[in-house]
Design a protein around this ligand. Structure first.
Ligand SMILES: [Zn+2]
Length: 158
């Protein structure tokens, strides 16, 4: 749609300028992301598989906890990329991982708080997030992931 309106969309990665900015490049192969995985998952080789297949392999090789950490690093990496693109501010790899752990801790604490809440009950629609259309010339990527201990299932999407 952006191209139909003749808004120029840069296809080359704005961070490394080495490859096209496709999902697998952003979350697996771009410099900071690749270094995160070398540190966190040194035994997992990237062989060109899709992001979802790669994540399935993470779950198969490790556990759901690691899968949740991976999703948090995706989010942290996305925020770090935005800092490069919009503010020319580079985030070190260890900070991307540390931020991801911080997000997980905050999320974990929020879950505990919700369990202890003084609200008598939750209603349908509580906590819903309404998607908001991005400004013209902007690309919006929404990422989410969940794990379910009871059914030993997990999933992600964007
Ligand atoms: Zn890149």
């Amino acid at each position: 749609m952006l191209q139909q309106k003749e808004v120029r969309v840069e296809s080359m990665c704005l961070v490394c300028k080495m490859e096209n900015e496709i999902t697998e490049h952003i979350f697996l192969r771009c410099s900071v992301a690749a270094q995160c995985w070398q540190l966190m998952l040194p035994d997992l080789q990237y062989t060109g598989q899709s992001l979802l297949r790669w994540w399935d392999q993470v779950i198969e090789m490790t556990d759901k906890r690691k899968g949740t950490e991976v999703a948090a690093v995706w989010w942290s990496n996305w925020k770090a990329r935005n800092e490069v693109v919009w503010n020319r501010k580079y985030t070190r790899v260890y900070m991307v991982i540390a931020q991801a752990k911080k997000y997980l801790d905050q999320w974990s604490n929020a879950q505990k708080s919700a369990a202890c809440t003084s609200f008598p009950q939750l209603y349908e629609g509580d906590g819903d997030y309404t998607w908001v259309r991005p400004q013209e010339s902007m690309i919006k990527v929404s990422v989410d992931a969940s794990t379910f201990q009871e059914t030993n299932a997990s999933g992600s999407g964007w």
